[in-house]
Design a protein around this ligand. Sequence first.
Ligand code: ADP
Ligand code: ZN
Length: 738
Amino acid sequence: MPRIARIVVDLALDREFDYLVPDEWVDALKIGSRVAVPFGRREAHGYIVDFVETSPHAGLKSILKPVGTKPLIEEHILRLARWVADYYVAPVELAVRTVLPSAVRHTRASFKEVTMVTPTDLARDPLAVAALRRKAATQARVIDALAAGPAPMPELTDLTGAGSAAIRALARKGFVTIGKRAMRRRPDAGHTVLPTQPLPLMPQQAEALAAIRESVEGVGPPVTLLFGVTGSGKTEVYLQAIDHVIKKGGGCIVLVPEISLTPQTVDRFRSRFGDTIAVLHSELSTGERHDEWHRIHDGEARIAIGPRSAVFAPVRRLGLIVVDEEHEHSYKQEDVPRYNARDVAVMRGRLDGCAVVLGSATPSLESFHNAQRGKYRLVRMPHRVDHREMPVMRIVDLRQEMEKEGRLNVLSRDLKEAIQSRIERAEQTILFLNRRGFATSLVCPSCGTVARCEHCSVAMTYHKPTDRLLCHICGAQQAVPERCPNPECKDPSFKYAGIGTQRVEETLRKVFPKARIARMDSDTMTRKDAYRKTLGAFRAGQIDVLIGTQMIAKGLDFPGVTLVGVVQADMSLHLPDFRAGERTFQLLTQVAGRAGRGDREGEVIVQTFSPFHPAIQAARRLDYDGFAAEELEFRRELGYPPFGRLAVITLRCAQEELVKLTGVALAEKIVAAAGPETRTAGPTPAPLAKARGEFRYQIMLRAQTTRRITEPLKAVLREFKWPDAVAWSVDVDALSLL
Ligand code: ADP
Ligand code: ZN
């Protein structure tokens, strides 16, 4: 039977093509091999992503020849890609594509070549050079310029005023050689960092490091959950653990949430490890990404730092993977394959036989549960390095506030006074608004009606500059209604009801006309450097009050901040998601970590309509264990993760009847294929029931293990006849249930 290779061709980016494998290449070609293939009337290059037995296409052409010597994907990373495809129910091609970034796959982004001019021994012969100087002064200047060693041609012509003809003449005379050399684009070129030395560790850090070193040596559980409060010195522990691995000749991967991958963070690593670091940033140009990847692949860089996709970095002799802020939802990829980089890290640790550290001040309940049942080793760092207490958290009951004032103010009296006192003392304030969900929506103060997008069934957001309502999903706009749209209500105060960052800013400017106020959210921060500039100004003390969304909740360290206000904590509490409580707890705890990191004491004021909610109360008491115990009990009773697994199938279509019927047919087949221990619910309209004019239905699958969900699901999907109009996706271990 002829072997057929499935190939991703550089020219046709989002499809695979089948080619026959010629007999002579059967042994040489592997998954990950680069090959030349006939494509239309020309020749193209591509990667083998899979071998299959049969192809739906007739008259296949043959692969022409291999390109390059070794496949770019190592066997063990390929195994990881296959696991991702299998576990997350994704096509293997897409998983292979995920481990091999497009910047590396496409020949267009190959190394940048420069023409280098290298002096020969003749150039160091004083007599020969003197003779040259008499006849050709310009050429002699070139030789002078090369005294320090080889130089790129363009630099040399700039420096000496000699043309390239003069330099070629030198080559003919035997003074220099001219050759092409690959030059690496370094995103950090010209950026130097002062080296730092390892700090003497505090006892809790020393214990953590000892535990991680043990797991690097293969003693004890391979995964360590490092549960350390903000400022407990986790990063220093990572640095010294990495140092240990590097000294043993190994390599490391450090995963950081995209939003925390700031120059500040990277510099802490670079100051310790210099050029052995490669940063895989989403802001890199294609060329830079290509070169950083190859620096890792060639073993020149031994530490890869990056967001979730860095978990696939081709680091040599991997000894340790660090996942910082392991609870972060941004580790989950929202496109196929919908992998969670934290979980992939644990799996890669198993496949590569390396240690894994999951670090957080608010561990995910999944990881905490794994630690409790002994799967992971739990190491706690309960103290801050500077031994200061965590800030006091005060809860303001917005219901009482409304009763007293007769209306809902953005700033309660307590929060207003607290800001006032900070401004007087020249201290800084962060005001935090969690914008997910209904934050900038218009909610009628009388009847609770929300202004919704007619195409998308989500609340529209209010934009002050245009004084219009905008749908963030489909972009639809409309004027702000004069009255509440509910015909029974029609309250005219409706149009003043939204609370968004803009409204917070406006109120602040009115209340504190002299204060220096800045706002940071995805609307104001569309330019890359705007973000850095605002943070720089804030750090320099040029801003009194910084208003922001999630962007400012994490990882930033401002010694001047003594007050953090949460404008409305409920915004993340009432999402239709069983993790809403966990998210709110994490958010409040992280936000509180922003207050009082300098030598002054910090204060946190949380405004909420639900002051007695367990998540808010536990955050106030800084009681992770209490929160986890209660929340895990609730999850256990209902069989939610981590006690069971779930997957969500989402079906989308412009015709509601069709998507619903398709969902019913699919759910029936799954029920028939799965055992009784797999629970199938739906199809039901998704919480986000309509988006961009498409109706969205969900089927929720739950079982004790993932396998009990994915095995029957895959069997059904292989046969299922999808109507052309219906789009669908599977999300295993879904984090967002919208
Ligand atoms: P985390 O990552 O847990 O929030 P960091 O590692 O950022 O904590 O540490 C907080 C601060 O304490 C940093 O400024 C760091 O340089 C400092 N620090 C960490 N460990 C030590 C130590 N052993 N001795 C002195 N300072 C330390
Ligand atoms: Zn819309």
